[in-house]
Design a protein around this ligand. Structure first.
Ligand code: ATP
Length: 214
């Protein structure tokens, strides 16, 4: 299956934030997105998911247009600031997502009855990411999944992405660019409000203005 996004146009108070964007994402691949602070990565994720409304945009899956692909369990989104309500327990969060409970990796000292609101930021993130990767959704958007995670938790999540990607298409952004380079099959950079595909190496990132040249 293939998700395609194009014709994106989004402005705020007369200032163009995103324009001329084309993205395709196939099941079986991880596409990494890098870009400077404020370049528009979160805005693009919000628009694709439907959390914010674009001035213009087309989202298609296998050529069929979708206004709200999350409604058909085709698309899930990890927003930067999380999505699980604090009153849920870990086990009821599985129910909330329509999946059978199983232990969360990296969360050894919590029971299924522990409330989401009683977890640390990183622990909550571990639950939220693993739930999305276990979900039936074909496409997953991950906004800064590694932010706030310890090195061991980053290893757990990277391994999980690797093991789930044959069933999903994953679009991921994070400023831990070393991780993004190693888990992505393709790399995009957001620059001047548009997306460009670039080579997966630091020189290309310097050239794109994301890394400073040494
Ligand atoms: N509602 C809004 N009002 C004003 N400006 C906005 C609004 N939403 C987004 N912007 C602007 O859009 C630009 C893109 O923001 P966005 O959060 O998408 O960037 P980002 O690439 O995700 O940044 P970061 O890496 O820091 O998370 C920023 O310049 C931001 O100020």
């Amino acid at each position: 299956m293939k998700l395609e996004v194009d014709g994106v146009f989004f402005e705020v108070n007369g200032k163009t934030i995103l324009s001329d964007i084309y993205l395709d994402l196939k099941v079986g691949e991880v596409v990494g997105l890098l870009g400077r602070n404020g370049s528009g990565k979160t805005t693009l994720f919000d628009l694709i998911f439907g959390a914010r409304k674009a001035d213009d945009m087309s989202v298609r899956i296998d050529g069929r247009p979708y206004k709200k692909p999350f409604k058909n369990q085709l698309l899930q989104y990890l927003p930067q600031y999380g999505y699980l309500p604090n009153f849920l327990t870990i086990s009821s969060a599985f129910e909330f997502m329509g999946i059978t409970y199983k232990a969360i990796e990296g969360l050894s000292d919590c029971s299924p009855k522990t409330k989401i609101g009683h977890l640390s930021f990183g622990q909550k993130r571990l639950v939220e990411i693993q739930l999305l990767l276990e979900s039936k959704s074909t496409f997953v958007l991950l906004d800064e999944p590694f932010s706030g995670l310890s090195p061991l938790s980053i290893e757990i999540i990277s391994a999980k992405i690797e093991s789930e990607k044959d069933k999903k298409g994953i679009f991921i952004t994070d400023h831990m660019y070393g991780e993004i380079l190693s888990i992505s099959d393709r790399l995009m950079v957001m620059e001047s409000g548009t997306l460009k595909q670039i080579e997966k190496d630091p020189t290309a990132l310097e050239f794109a203005g994301y890394l400073s040249s040494t």
